[in-house]
Design a protein around this ligand. Sequence first.
Ligand SMILES: Nc1ncnc2c1ncn2[C@@H]1O[C@H](COP(=O)(O)OP(=O)(O)O)[C@@H](O)[C@H]1O
Ligand SMILES: [Mg+2]
Length: 381
Amino acid sequence: MQQSSLAFAAPRVGSRDLREGVLVAGKYRIEKLIARGGMGLVFRASQPMIARSVALKVVRPELLAHPDAAEKLLTEACVLSRFQNDHVCRIFDAGRLEDGAPYLVLEYLDGTDLRVLLNREKRIEPARAVDWMMSLLEALAEAHSLGIVHRDVKPENLVLARTPSGDSVKLLDFGICSAPNVKGASERKFGEDYGIGSPHYMAPEQISSPDASDHRIDIWSVGVVLFELLSGEPPFEGDSAMSICAQVLAREPISLTQLVPTLPAGLAQIVNRCLSKEPDKRYADVAELAAALAPYGSVAAREALPRIHRTLSSAPPRNEEPADLTEPTPPSTVGPASRRARSALGDVSAAVMASVLNTRAGAAVQKPLARLLTSNRKETS
Ligand SMILES: Nc1ncnc2c1ncn2[C@@H]1O[C@H](COP(=O)(O)OP(=O)(O)O)[C@@H](O)[C@H]1O
Ligand SMILES: [Mg+2]
């Protein structure tokens, strides 16, 4: 009898066994690797019992040596589970593989991320780009109403997905978000071990203070993404992360109307206001930005407006206990941090920031970053 139950036991699958055909957790059959992000591997998989496609996200095996890598993915799971919005990638399940490495089971987005689309199409026609940004603002309205700041809005983290009601932009990757109601997220010092963002999309205050978590950081990034969709170029460019950060801190963006002379002046002004160095000069919230943008989009953009207002003004959950991520961890391959794993995490490291500090623009960088750099140097020496 015991033998027959063993015969049906799911095979033990660890993080290094993930390949086509493998059944994860006895439920999810891997079909193929669809993307290799800065931090994760994303597979398309099927869930045969209910005949649906899912996406399986795991930490890249070489990063599992970092003690926080696994926790970071679980934090993302807790954050994603709070959303009800159609423009945020849904989470169905999360768990741990045999070696303790966590995995997320996400809605499979059948489509293309905006980076791939931009590479292919070079520039996006204004009304289409505005419609996409209105979908993003719907996602951010829910995030901000929950007290969550995404902090990594960029074309790679936006997917144009086919849905029964047409193509729809969905926001994903809450890996470096700030989320006070999720214990792991609020306690983590984001900049210390992980990348603290992607230099092209980071707001000046995010560069100068890596723990910054004001929602207007996301408004800056929406401005960068919209600039890039409309013109095919980012507003701040440089040949290294350091020089891009220096531009973001000290320079005005390239003129959008010079790059795209046919662009309505009002639309260019909206983008420029998002890119104000001082957060107080940007739009106060995503609803205000959406109201300015909607006239440049289609009917769908105008229809999104009341939803954005409603979502943003909905009361945040009260007296909510922070989700506890400190569940017992099974025996794991997750070992001590290696220096290599640290440097592989994320796009802007503390070392890059140290270099920025030494530039003239870096003189604007504030004390918290200096403290961060000091503590980081100690840790890696
Ligand atoms: N649910 C999904 N469905 C389809 N593709 C996805 C999904 N999630 C992520 N991707 C693809 O995988 C890439 C990396 O995923 P992401 O969550 O951003 O990981 P990372 O944290 O490593 O950046 C994305 O840019 C996107 O192209
Ligand atoms: Mg990503």
